[in-house]
Design a protein around this ligand. Structure first.
Ligand SMILES: [Zn+2]
Length: 431
């Protein structure tokens, strides 16, 4: 096992410095796509919920086809729809899950202690959403700035007292902030890296904005968990890229950043939080747990095409099993409804062809979605109170990564004999 940084290796990535990604090629290293990981067919954008007045209008569907790059092993979709189109009027609000907010509070405490952050420090979050996380830094008196391209979401951050710049992040924005004297001691990004179309511009921007001794933390769903856990519904148009530690290390190294630590987290079905620093900043040695995860990925074969090649058949089998369950339930006269309307749910519903023939409706705590319909499949999204009225026999939990929290909140469905169904990694009924 190598204990050196991948930045020291002799591999070079010239495409990383040569402008925006080219269609049909890896957005990091420029190698043409030749290997499919999974083809989920045509699907609408998973956050494009349909308002009642548009329910009879035409909807745009795009290919949902994940490729694996044979050179850097980044898994990715082509950018069929521009990031501007997706993210400038986005319905995703981070503050609607209690367990996610707990996670953010713990992170804030941990980082303030670990980095010794004070009222003189500067924390920047990229894709700060509705201020769900930076609000905890504000409460602790640490100066911070959120960067968020969706103005409708950023407005809620400002209301929480989180200063927010409505912009996309990349080299340009980073240079403007540095010119204004705003280099960061901590830059964080949660579930944003996957959503960046021009990955090289984004990571280069992180290096520009990071103070000489600063730390970057980025969280994303771990590709290894996606593969092992059969989590194909993590694939959607808003997620352009899917990272292993292996590919992330190479991408950061190509921009003068070294990953020195990694934490494995239970969020989003298994995420990792990577810790980056300037490659020259040798005050932070590579940790044991980083070396251990590198070794585990290597043993699993993440740097071989074989690792990716049987995913698609597993996904198809998952679809067959879920449909088998639903057909049997409907034949037996059961009432089935959904819980949640997350992005991942829309991949699952569209790929499996589940509409109101199987699910009468779904409910969501996010009131911005009430009265709308799921994209493509047009399942009505209602207030959670509707469950009490409808008394369904089965509740299909679409955000299965939050199943424990949700089954706790909805324990009352057992009063009428209702049961929970979780679709991933394979259909499971909880009594
Ligand atoms: Zn590549």
């Amino acid at each position: 096992m190598s204990t050196t940084s991948v930045a020291d290796s002799t591999t070079t990535w010239p495409a990383a410095q040569s402008g925006a990604p080219k269609p049909g090629c890896c957005r990091f290293c420029g190698t043409p796509f030749r290997h499919t990981m999974v083809d989920l067919g045509m699907s609408p954008l998973c956050e494009s919920f349909v308002p009642a007045e548009k329910v009879n209008a035409m909807e745009a569907f795009y290919p949902l086809h994940a490729w694996v790059c044979e050179r850097c092993f980044l898994v990715q979709l082509e950018e069929y729809v521009s990031g501007e189109e997706i993210f400038t009027d986005y319905a995703y609000f981070s503050s609607f899950s209690d367990s996610w907010l707990d996670h953010c509070r713990r992170y804030t405490d941990q980082m303030i202690a670990q980095l010794g952050l004070t009222a003189k420090s500067h924390v920047v979050e990229v894709a700060s959403n509705d201020g769900y996380l930076l609000q905890y830094f504000v409460k602790r008196g640490i100066p911070c700035l959120g960067i968020e391209p969706a103005a409708n979401v950023a407005k809620f951050a400002e209301e929480k007292g989180v200063p927010t710049l409505v912009k996309f992040f990349g080299r340009q924005t980073a240079r403007e902030l540095v010119a204004a004297g705003k280099r960061a001691d901590l830059i964080l990004g949660n579930n944003v890296l996957a959503q960046v179309p021009d990955l090289n511009d984004f990571v280069a921007g992180l290096r520009i904005l990071l103070g000489p001794a600063g730390v970057i933390t980025i969280e994303f769903p771990h590709l290894h968990q996606t593969v092992v856990g059969n989590q194909f519904d993590q694939v959607y148009h808003e997620h352009f890229s899917y990272f292993s530690l292996y590919s992330a290390e190479r991408i950061f190294a190509a921009h003068g950043l070294t990953l020195f630590d990694v934490e494995e987290l239970p969020t989003h079905g298994g995420s990792i939080r990577i810790f980056g620093r300037h490659t020259e900043d040798e005050s932070k040695p590579l940790t044991e747990r980083l070396l251990a995860l590198r070794a585990r990925e290597s043993a699993a074969g993440v740097d071989t095409l074989a690792y990716y090649s049987d995913f698609e058949e597993k996904v198809r089998e998952t679809k067959r099993k879920l449909l088998e369950f639903l057909i049997k339930a409907k034949r037996a006269g059961k009432k089935v409804v959904g819980y949640g309307a997350p992005g991942k749910g829309n991949t699952l519903l569209n790929y499996c062809g589940i509409r109101t023939d199987f699910l009468d409706f779904t409910v969501d705590r996010n009131h911005h979605k009430h009265g709308k319909f799921t994209p493509g499949t047009h399942i009505p999204i209602l207030h959670p109170d509707k469950l009490q009225e409808a008394r369904p026999d089965y509740v299909l939990i679409l955000p299965w990564n939050l199943k424990t929290e949700i089954m706790g909140q909805l324990a009352y469905i057992r009063e009428w004999g209702g049961r929970f169904v979780v679709p991933i990694p394979e259909v499971t009924v909880y009594p």
